[in-house]
Design a protein around this ligand. Structure first.
Ligand SMILES: Cc1cc2nc3c(=O)[nH]c(=O)nc-3n(C[C@H](O)[C@H](O)[C@H](O)COP(=O)(O)O)c2cc1C
Length: 190
């Protein structure tokens, strides 16, 4: 079976970690996967803040009111930020980089999960996640925060997905939009 497809089938969001160290070698490969990601007009708007110290990782958990508690147990985090001054599609650039790093981590046996930053609120009343991260990490105002890749050695095992069959999957429309699927899935929840 195709090696990349197999990694994608087995990739899962891992939120529980053993506390064991993610090696510098693995972290380097994960960052390489992010740096290799394609960007609109090749502007390379995505940048990466790598955090390994416990105090900052704990503070990162408060970057969200809910949904970021896993960072309390993480060994490392990569905050993906986009230089929005030069790039209108910075969010796409950052999302692809995050995805490639998430997949690379999975292929190395390192657990990871995407923690959303854009359009979210921090645990501090009235402060957005974006504002919180700018302050905590000293990020200049002309960058926007897309998300955080939380990393650690896995302390949970999740089932791989079955290989989907595009011909039998209602999300795939042949030739034109099939409204049978819309009525069935989107309006009435399948
Ligand atoms: C755009 C995006 C935002 C996400 N935000 C969070 C988040 O803030 N916290 C979290 O624990 N998981 C988050 N996730 C992980 C999803 O919950 C997870 O991918 C989904 O439930 C499917 O599970 P799987 O990744 O194991 O296949 C996010 C994933 C994506 C793609």
């Amino acid at each position: 079976m195709d090696a990349l497809l197999e990694i994608m089938r087995k990739r899962r969001s891992i939120r529980k970690y053993t506390g064991e160290h993610v090696s510098e070698e693995d972290l380097k490969k994960i960052l390489q996967a992010g740096l290799l990601a394609p960007t609109g007009k090749n502007l390379k708007s995505a940048e990466f803040v790598v955090v390994r110290d416990r105090e900052t990782l704990d503070k990162l958990a408060d970057s969200r009111s809910i949904g970021a508690a896993t960072l309390k147990g993480a060994d490392a985090a990569i905050i993906v930020i986009g230089f929005s001054q030069i790039q209108d599609v910075w969010t796409e650039d950052c999302s692809i980089a995050l995805t490639q790093m998430h997949l690379m981590a999975a292929s190395l046996g390192v657990g990871s999960v995407w923690i959303q930053s854009r359009l979210r609120q921090s645990a501090v009343a009235g402060k957005s996640t974006d504002e919180y991260l700018h302050e905590l990490l000293g990020i200049p105002a002309d960058y926007c925060c897309e998300g955080i890749l939380s990393l650690g050695m896995p302390d949970e095992a999740k089932d791989a997905y079955d290989l989907p069959d595009p011909a039998a999957d209602a999300r795939v429309h042949a030739g034109k939009f099939d409204s049978t699927n819309y009525d069935k899935i989107r309006l009435f929840g399948g």
